[in-house]
Design a binder for this molecule. Structure first.
Ligand code: ADP
Length: 633
């Protein structure tokens, strides 16, 4: 029989498995048991509608067998089984399980994480402890059974075999003990029992093992009462796991470690979650839920590949892996489980969408999640900032999407960078810290905080003692546009809006300056033809001579954003040149306009270029600009 080769990625992972030193070899058992449990889930689900399965819920089990003489450890299940094609597909390639991709992401981030120990890589982890892995499987509904066998990276074989019952048997020929590693410990019943307790206690099907036990021999009639009792050994098929899912336990009976461990194991995260929410509701609808707020975004979170949703169980049977209708999009980072007996088991996906109970549950969950996040924001700020770094962008998308429908639900969860406080603040904190004379919420959007701090308008606000929120993410600028106001204060964009800073007197002075500048402004418009739509005087520029502001509602940042995401549709934003009439250079310009128009033109170009630099826009022709400056100097 010819050997088949593993797919390239699988081979690399296998090499990694076989050749590295593992501190967490023992997790192979958890992985095999989880696979067995998943396979049983699938058949148990079928059994709900298919009489032919012929098994009841209590018939399903996972069995461990240790053969010390031959050095074999077997994990068997009476789940769905695998066909020949599936053996090939599932065990010949790991592309599906996503573990390798995950590992590559971590490599990119240069993070040294013990991926195998903490994350697990499924079936392949068997090669950490075994020389040879043999899988016997018979798929439900098929006549023939198949044997898959591999001794590691050099490939695998598949051949027909004898197997009477439906399900899968994974047989490990353990590696020989060395000075450093005692693989034979995985044949000890004590060790196996501990590993099951540690990693797989919540598995909802019994994990059974033939256990050797001992008991006192009953005393024979008339035997001496004081004689030492005699012991005898016997074997008994015992269940090693408690089988109670964490979410069905009472809160007081679950430790934080157990909550965290369950999360890591179930949702393939190596970092413990920031929070868990354990809910038990009885009333119009009855359900239990265990939700988690992860500490980091999965590598595919902001892509189409990420699947949101909670696992949906009905009385201990999983009926859906990702039930999308249970969490709104803006909370799609939440992972967890919902268990309700109120749903009919063979409900279809479509019917589920319109299910009233489900709608009530998801409404409740949304409230609970928000509460949890708000209390984290208040009491565990550091954790909240970690959460926000991972998922804040999602919340902002949530505000902007659906025409702002969810803004009331989400606005209190936002954080923005406060230029004054030099830390992240909520909108509430911003408004509460506003001086009495401040009427608006000021924000500026751009590439970086450092750039924004150089905006002339910012300096003006700073002088007044007003705080400004710095927004540096793509989606940021759309948030205030959608919110429009918060606690009755409207948002003002430093780059585009009237900042409403001048007193009546100052306004009068500005009007006078504008009248005085009338001809000068026309001159500038002609001198900078094609680059600006007009020039105007402004009292808001602080110590800066000029500033470029966009005409119309779009900001330069939005223009850049659209250029990036949708270049064909991007429309150039027209520019207005604002002048600070008090500035010496601007005064000088004014004199030049009458005395030396040629020189004034060049001055105008320099000022325009300064405006570009301050607005973080590229100089159109750097060489010409340099020559211009040199000429003037
Ligand atoms: P993962 O469980 O993360 O998908 P694995 O490498 O552990 O990755 O398993 C790959 C696939 O092989 C599983 O998704 C499943 O389809 C199949 N499989 C593994 N073990 C069993 C089993 N005991 N019974 C049926 N199918 C199994």
């Amino acid at each position: 029989m010819s050997k088949k080769q593993f797919k390239a990625e699988s081979k690399r992972l296998l090499d990694m498995m076989i050749n590295s030193i593992y501190t967490h070899q023992e997790i192979f058992l958890r992985e095999l048991i989880s696979n067995a449990s998943d396979a049983i889930d699938k058949l148990a689900y079928l059994a709900l509608t298919d009489q032919n399965v012929g098994l009841n819920r209590e018939d399903f089990a996972i069995e461990l067998r240790a053969d010390k003489k031959l050095g074999l450890l077997t994990v068997s299940d009476n789940g769905i089984g695998m066909s020949k094609d599936e053996l090939e597909q599932n065990l010949g390639t790991i592309a599906k399980s996503g573990s390798l991709q995950f590992k590559q992401e971590l490599d990119k981030e240069q993070r040294d994480v013990d991926i195998i120990g903490q994350f697990g890589v499924g079936f392949y982890s068997a090669f950490m402890v075994a020389d040879t892995v043999t899988v016997l499987s018979k798929k439900y509904g098929q006549e023939e059974a198949w044997m898959w066998q591999s001794s590691g990276a050099d490939g695998y074989t598949i051949s027909p075999c004898e197997k009477t019952t439906v399900g899968t048997e994974v047989i490990l020929k353990l590696k020989a003990d060395s000075d450093d590693e005692k693989y034979s410990r995985f044949l000890e019943q004590y060790e196996l029992q501990n590993l099951v307790k540690k990693y797989s206690d919540y598995i909802r099907y019994p994990i059974r093992m033939e256990m050797e036990k001992s008991r006192q021999k009953p005393k024979a009639e008339g035997e001496d009462e004081d004689k030492e009792p005699e012991w005898e050994s016997y074997t008994e098929l015992s269940t090693l796991n408690s089988m109670v899912p964490v979410w069905l336990k009472a809160k007081k009976d679950v430790t934080d470690e157990e909550y965290d461990g369950f999360y890591k194991d179930k949702f393939f995260d190596f970092e413990k979650p920031l929070a868990h929410i354990h809910i038990s509701v009885e009333g119009a609808v009855n359900y239990k839920a265990l939700l988690y707020i992860p500490a980091r975004a999965p590598y595919d979170f902001y892509t189409k590949d990420y699947k949101k949703g909670l696992q949906l169980y009905s009385s201990g049977v999983m009926i859906m892996e990702h039930c999308e209708d249970l969490v709104p999009d803006h909370f799609r980072f939440v992972r967890g489980v919902v268990d309700t007996a109120d749903l009919s088991l063979n409900i279809s996906r479509e019917m589920l969408q319109h299910n009233r109970q489900l709608a009530i549950i998801s409404g409740n969950l949304e409230k609970k999640i928000k509460q949890e996040l708000l209390s984290m924001q208040k009491d565990r700020r550091e954790d909240y900032e970690k959460f926000f770094a991972a998922f804040g962008r999602q919340l902002k998308y949530g505000i902007v999407s659906d025409y702002g429908m969810h803004k009331d639900a989400l606005q209190d969860l936002l954080l923005f960078w406060s230029a004054k406080e030099q830390k992240l603040v909520s909108l509430k904190e911003y408004v509460e810290a506003m001086p009495e004379e401040q009427k608006h919420i000021y924000f500026a959007a751009g590439e970086s905080n450092a750039r924004l701090a150089q905006l002339p308008q910012y300096q003006r606000l700073q002088e007044k003692g007003f705080d400004v929120l710095f927004m540096t993410e793509d989606v940021d600028e759309f948030v205030p546009r959608t919110l429009m106001n918060y606690m009755e204060k409207d948002f003002r964009n430093l780059a585009t809006d009237d900042l409403d800073l001048s007193s009546e007197e100052e306004k009068k002075a500005a009007e006078a300056a504008a009248a005085d500048w009338k001809e000068g402004l026309d001159f500038l418009k002609t001198a900078l033809e094609g680059r600006i739509v007009r020039a105007e005087v402004s009292a808001d520029l602080g110590s800066h001579p000029v500033c470029l502001v966009p005409e119309g509602g779009m900001s330069f940042e939005m223009e850049k954003y659209f250029k990036r995401v949708n270049p064909e549709m991007a429309m150039p934003v027209e520019k207005v040149l604002q002048l600070n009439p008090e500035h010496p250079m601007v005064r000088k310009l004014k004199t030049l306009i009458t005395e030396d128009p040629e020189k004034a033109k060049r001055y105008a170009q320099v000022l325009y270029a300064q405006g570009l630099i301050l607005a973080d826009l590229p100089i159109e022709d750097p060489q010409a600009y340099t020559e211009l400056i040199c000429g003037l100097l």
